[in-house]
Design a binder for this molecule. Structure first.
Ligand code: MEV
Length: 309
């Protein structure tokens, strides 16, 4: 085995289409400059996972994920220690569990002297992400596997369809961090409501798909006001789907009040992060910070690498 070995993966923002993407509709995402790194070393005894994230300290899932990843790569999990260093807030909807899955796979593949092909990496990443939540579409591992902060259009499948979405200009975003929450609970709750009334939910998913396509055209053209409208329309549909929360709605209203062109939850919802599109994101972020909201400013899209601020 080649030890020590390292793997890295990025966090992500879902720009449009979360939740409906689980039901086969398209979604847009972008990689984040922030990411997560895993180092594998040899040690005696059972597999150990150490993390700088306090939230993972008593969580058995990273060790379960690492053991399953090791076995999938033909490695014996015993005798390995994995150290996680993360620049991503957990439970915010910024893809920390999928980034963990991809970084663990990359580190263990390097230890095994292998390089995973893209389809294999995404299929395994999705299988591992299911340890964190039951019905993953695969968009989070697909975005975590990207380098840079380009936008992608994603449709689930075996393998999924992942296409680059070039944007005429960088898309300036404020990420406002709300209270952490569980993606699994939000996805599971929506599944139960969908099972109880499929026709209503399928109609809402179709409306989300139309908003995603309009947003994709706006992003490609660099039309920020039109993309902002798509954010607001998507947020209204997420509220109708029951995956928003009062904290999210307070943050989207505050961002719009501070001059954002549109704002919505990102990722699992029910809390977590909000993204706001703004021509002057630093100004919107400064206003939100006066309300004790933690913010990150990024520019995603083709023309410029995203940078955390
Ligand atoms: C979570 O980041 C995105 C969801 O659409 C779930 C998934 O697609 O796996 C809520």
């Amino acid at each position: 085995m080649n030890l020590p070995a390292r793997g890295r993966a990025a966090g992500k923002v879902i720009l449009l289409g979360e939740h409906a993407v689980v039901y086969g509709r398209p979604a847009l995402a972008a990689g984040l400059g922030l990411g997560l790194e895993v180092e594998v070393t040899a040690s005696g005894g059972v597999l150990r996972v150490e993390s700088d994230l306090a939230s993972l300290a008593d969580d058995p899932r990273p060790a379960a994920l690492a053991a399953e990843a090791a076995r999938a790569l033909g490695l014996e999990p015993g005798g390995l220690t994995l150290r996680i260093r993360s620049g991503l807030p957990a439970g915010a909807g910024l893809g920390s569990s999928a980034a963990l899955a991809i970084a663990v796979l990359r580190a263990l593949a390097a230890a095994a002297g292998r390089r995973l092909g893209r389809d294999e990496e995404l299929a395994l990443g999705r299988r591992l992400e299911a340890i964190f939540h039951g019905h993953p579409s695969g968009i989070d591992p697909a975005a975590a596997a990207e380098t840079g902060s380009g936008c992608i259009r994603f449709v689930r499948g075996e393998p999924p369809t992942v296409t680059a979405l070039p944007t005429a200009r960088p898309l300036p975003l404020v990420i406002a961090l709300g209270p952490p929450r569980s993606t699994g609970a939000a996805v599971g709750g929506l599944r139960a409501r969908w099972e109880a009334d499929r026709a209503r939910h399928e109609r809402l998913f179709d409306q989300v798909a139309a908003v995603v396509e309009a947003g994709a055209r706006a992003a490609e053209a660099g039309d920020l006001p039109a993309l902002g409208r798509a954010f607001d329309e998507n947020q209204a549909l997420l509220e109708a789907l029951g995956v928003s929360a009062p904290e999210v709605e307070a943050l989207t209203a505050a961002a719009r009040g501070a001059g954002a062109l549109g704002a919505k939850l990102t990722g699992g919802g029910a809390g977590g992060a909000v993204i706001a599109l703004a021509a002057e994101p630093e100004r919107v972020a400064a206003t939100l910070r006066t309300r004790q909201v933690e913010t990150i400013v990024v520019r995603v899209g083709t023309a410029e690498e995203g940078k955390a601020a």
